[in-house]
Design a protein around this ligand. Sequence first.
Ligand code: SAM
Length: 471
Amino acid sequence: MTTNPQSPPPDFLAKMAGLLGEEFEQFAQSYGEATAVGLRVNTLKLSAADFSTLSPFALKAVGPHEPDGFLVTDDSKPGSHPYHAAGLYYLQEPSAMVVGGLVDAQPGELVLDLAAAPGGKATHLAAQLQGRGLLVANDVHTGRARLLAENMTRWGAATSLITSADPEHLAAQFGPIFDRVLVDAPCSGEGMFRKQGPFEWSEGMVLACSRRQTAVLHTAAQLVKPGGRLVYATCTFSPEEDEAVIAHFLRQFPQFELIDPPRFAGFGAGRPSWVDESLADDALEKCVRLWPHHFPGEGHFIAVRQQIEAVKPQRFCKPLRFAPPGKKELAVWQAFADEVLQVDFDEERLLLVNGRLYLLPELALETGKLHLIRYGLLLGEFGKGHFRPDHALALALKPNDAALTANFAADSDEIAAYWQGLDFASAGPDGWLLVAVDGFGLGWGKRVNGRIKNHYPRGLRRNRDWRVESA
Ligand code: SAM
């Protein structure tokens, strides 16, 4: 828990007082309360039950709506622990966890997260897919898309395609093919006042966001396959960005209907009376409002729509056709894999780009001229006659997938040294090995004559011993 002295802008409070009436007092009081630190367990790597046993942090389950979500109830710093670096969980505030739960992607599906950076919901969707199907995770801002790629790497999310494109380009390239599309829309962020403090806010900004959200959502509709699900979410309370955007959408796209998601404790309903009379529709009650005074978290608005009409899709995106690596590279890769790995990767899914070897997801799409950040799992790159494994591969391996593993306890000197980028003594056979923390891959090392040479990426190294920083 972190205490928070922030108070939101007075104009915003006046607006909410007008909307909430008697309930406003409770809403306003929530700004004086501590914000909850939440984490969601990476079920690509371990179950929530196993994490509870392993966890050095005091945890409380967030509730039946998210079985993999927990609140951290002591003052530990889960973001500075080696388990975070090993991708065992994502720090996510509890109301944001509800969004992924309502997308409810199923293994094998084709899923699009249109505004995905930094990756809170995308990591959730990747876990739901359980390595089958494909998650396209996109963010229009390239810098943010790179951050998304880093977080997806830590998560070990191999079956993903990361792009940086505007929604129109995605719609033109892919067409209506996705089983589930999430639009976690850029918004005025009123739900973030408590966590991040007051920032610029005005009614004009709310209306500008509303226009942008409408445009993004209408484009997103062109990407949903017949019978598919389209989920819209914001972390803001203004009805112009929430119910009004959905009301406009339902007018424009009658082939979609709002569905009434399961209601758990603290889930509020949408407010049809908060939109202009000409747009009011009782169906808007099916939207979900999560209020900071009723639900642990900062607040979210979520609307789930299903496409009902079997509209004949105009076109389908083609599966990816690509040239496999040449014989020379395949032989070098195979020699590496035989020595270092205990898992077989399908040769038919190997892709070589600029000396780098990728494993494509089982479902791979043609991406045309879209700006690609990453396609599938980066296995590593070729040097002169050798192969150097990438950090992404270490994070995607299961504990027994590497032939050699050097496993250490989270609070050991070895893990502290490794995370700082230092070499250290370790007895055993020479060669590439997976450095693991309590059985979970943290990165690569290479043992030579009883010392592990550090191959942890420079940009991720700690300046100091993490145990000192967290004390
Ligand atoms: N889904 C993310 C998560 O859970 O970590 C948070 C997404 S954030 C609320 C909204 C994102 O929308 C931002 O990363 C921003 O870069 C992106 N964005 C901004 N303008 C956009 C546009 N016109 N179309 C699509 N995405 C946009």
